[in-house]
Design a protein around this ligand. Structure first.
Ligand SMILES: Cc1cc2nc3c(=O)[nH]c(=O)nc-3n(C[C@H](O)[C@H](O)[C@H](O)COP(=O)(O)OP(=O)(O)OC[C@H]3O[C@@H](n4cnc5c(N)ncnc54)[C@H](O)[C@@H]3O)c2cc1C
Length: 644
């Protein structure tokens, strides 16, 4: 006799996606149950020990601006922090922190355990329960021809038989579904880091018509740091002044004693060992079925694909304060153990290393996110949401961002409130989700700044100005936090206007200030804004000749400086966004029959029927669709008054 428990939302998985999803649902007042294979693996970091970095730092800031947890959690558990790309423009400035992995997981678990309306369950979810008939001869739902089923989620069943009845379920199973780990010829049917894998749910999802595919990723060995010789490496220290990820973290609390990383390199000897044994690599021996991420290549891939490169960077990163374990970044591999023992010992500083954990590759089941709407709900099963690595992405930050959005939208759906869809012109989260659900990603999707067309507007320093309003609208951001960002917005605009309006002439004081700072003296009057744009000057520097300057915080003056210095670029990008939004807001009704749209090419018709884009903008982004196809569709919609 199966026991039944009532809850509102079931979150399957307590990784980076599941934690954000469950916290969002519970914080929005929904009774939420989160499942994990092992509570000691909550928010586990099975791969690199860092949070943030190029474009990923933007995601963490955006998660925080919306009311998510990752930023707060890492601000309390980091061991090194560095702002990357400071020599370049603000669009690519990105915060990257080294995490104390054990503390990160422990603190996230405590946050979940203290969250009202949230229940944690260590048990494998084996079955998804739905009601409603799939369309006759439905067969598996692929992204080819989504069936407009009218089924809906009613619960999940654990491998112990208990049923959790719910109104929505969020699948965040990461790298666990039918996972297998490969170290050369040694294959183990486990999840990451030796965790128990998830065995049954894949079959249940297939029975529900959800097509699964195999992806893979890999990780490097972990070593006993006491056995490394750091004198052969270059120390990599964090920033003197730490800038926190979260807007709710007081910067004063972030000034801690940091732990260094180290830089060393592979060499020809390393590469030769790999070349000699390439046939024993499960990747090159064809044992691995899953598709791996191009942007996180294994050392085998690097040696094979870049044969002329005489060395590859290797970063030695501590896994935490309470362990000697170090992570060998840049040498992920699935080579046999004996090859790993040889190849790592050729790296300067690793000659006498003790390998604590072998490098390995992991294969797992995941979906093609084309079966999802931009709310991350499946197109064919109402109340079923998906997030994280299960959606075909890769990375803690990408997973957490999707988990937050899926959690918010599951809650909004149950509460009958408007879903949250963030556009690619508003945030990296918008780019991430739109790319996942609109593009045919054939490998794990990793975020990069180059993916964001409007990256000068989507800076990591203005995430709150872009997204707090949405966090407040859905109920995750407090009135006080919202009022603060409204005040900040107004203060920035007022100060920019003041600097533009305030004209100064060539008075003696001004001229000597300019000479003192190696700047050309004034021939005619100009505004303070014009003056501070001179490369050798800046907002702080002109304070000396700006007598009526109001007392403003650094978070405001930083924005003023960027907005004035990059005004031209920013205005141009805003124009592009206006153009983008015109097309994005041209909604396409679900019911449109593309067979009736004459004049579009076969390939485009197939793509439109496959993806069922929700807007003209999204239709235009589908690969293989031409502007001419979009034009024909537009004319058809005008002519036959096809409206949402
Ligand atoms: C070996 C390895 C190498 C990686 N390399 C990289 C890399 O190089 N770069 C990069 O960006 N990212 C890498 N990652 C990916 C990164 O770890 C993931 O992106 C991130 O952890 C995904 O978060 P998630 O929440 O989607 O899933 P996960 O963190 O995997 O969490 C999944 C959760 O689901 C639970 N679960 C699964 N199935 C069930 C079930 N049936 N019932 C109950 N609970 C279930 C698990 O217990 C776990 O709590 C790697 C991951 C691994 C394992």
């Amino acid at each position: 006799m199966n026991y039944t428990i009532m809850t509102d939302i079931c979150v399957i998985g307590a990784g980076h996606a599941g934690c954000e999803a469950a916290l969002a649902c519970a914080r929005l007042g929904l009774d939420t149950t989160i499942f994990t294979m092992n509570v000691d693996s909550i928010a586990m970091m099975p791969c690199n020990p860092h949070i943030g970095g190029s474009s990923k730092g933007h995601l963490v800031r955006e998660i925080d601006a919306l009311g998510g947890e990752m930023g707060k959690n890492i601000d309390k558990t980091f061991i090194q922090s560095k702002m990357l790309n400071v020599s370049k423009g603000p669009a690519v400035h990105s915060l990257r922190t080294q995490a104390d992995k054990a503390e990160y997981s422990k603190r996230m678990r405590q946050t979940l355990e203290h969250q009202e309306h949230l229940h944690i369950r260590q048990v494998e979810v084996a079955k998804l329960l739905t009601e409603g008939e799939p369309e006759d001869n439905a067969g598996p739902v692929t992204s080819e021809e989504p069936k407009n089923d009218c089924r809906k989620v009613v619960g999940v069943q654990t491998c112990t038989g208990t049923i959790y009845e719910c109104k929505a379920a969020i699948i965040c199973t990461g790298t666990y579904l039918k996972a297998r780990c490969l170290v050369g010829e040694t294959i183990t049917e486990t999840g990451p880091s030796g965790m128990q894998r998830s065995t049954f749910l894949s079959d249940s999802l297939a029975d529900e018509g959800i097509a699964l595919r195999r992806f893979k990723t890999g990780t490097p060995a972990r070593m006993d740091g006491r056995t490394l010789d750091y004198s052969e490496m270059t120390i990599q220290n964090g920033d003197k002044t730490v800038i926190p990820f979260s807007y709710s973290t007081d910067p004063k609390d972030g000034q801690i004693d940091q732990v260094p990383c180290y830089l060393t390199y592979t060499n020809e000897e390393t590469h030769e060992i790999i070349r000699q044994n390439i046939g024993r690599s499960p990747i090159y021996a064809g044992i691995i079925e899953g598709t791996g991420p191009r942007y996180c290549p294994s050392i085998e891939d690097k040696v094979v694909k870049f044969p002329d490169k005489i060395r590859h960077q290797v970063f030695i990163e501590p896994e935490g304060r309470g362990t000697n374990e170090v992570y060998i970044d840049g040498m992920s591999s699935s080579m046999p153990d004996d090859v790993q023992q040889q190849m790592y010992r050729t790296v300067p500083g690793l000659e006498h290393c003790d390998i604590v954990k072998n490098a390995y590759a992991i294969e797992y089941d995941c979906i093609n996110a084309n079966i999802l709407k931009q709310t991350l709900e499946t197109k064919n099963i109402e109340g079923l949401f998906c997030a994280g690595q299960f959606n075909g992405s890769s990375g803690y930050e990408e997973a957490a961002a999707q988990g937050l959005i899926a959690g918010i939208n599951a809650a909004m759906e149950i509460k009958g409130e408007e879903p949250l869809i963030i556009e690619r012109s508003e945030a990296y989260i918008g780019v991430l989700i739109d790319d996942l659900v609109s593009k045919n990603n054939l490998e794990p999707y990793r975020m990069m700044t180059s993916r964001a067309e409007y990256r000068l507007l989507l800076r990591q320093d203005n995430a709150d100005l872009r997204l707090r309003k949405y966090g407040y609208r859905v109920g995750l951001i407090s009135k006080q936090e919202y009022d603060h960002v409204c005040y900040k917005e107004k203060a920035i605009t007022d100060e920019i206007m003041r600097l533009k309006r305030t004209k100064i002439g060539g008075s003696e004081a001004v001229q000597s200030f300019l000479e003192k700072n190696g700047s050309a003296t004034l021939k005619t009057a100009c505004s303070l804004a014009e003056l501070m744009c001179r490369p050798e000057l800046g907002y702080e520097m002109i304070a000396e000749i700006d007598k009526d300057r109001p007392e403003l915080s650094k978070e405001i003056t930083d924005q003023v400086e960027i907005e004035i210095r990059y005004e031209g670029y920013i205005e141009r990008q805003k124009k592009q966004v206006e153009q983008f939004e015109k097309l994005e807001h041209k909604r396409i009704p679900d019911s449109i029959d593309y067979d009736k749209v004459t004049g579009i090419r076969i390939e485009a018709r197939q793509k439109f029927k496959k993806f069922r884009p929700t807007s003209i903008g999204q239709a235009g982004r589908l690969s293989g669709v031409t502007p001419a196809d979009v034009q024909v569709l537009l004319v058809y919609m005008e002519k036959f008054h096809v409206k949402q």
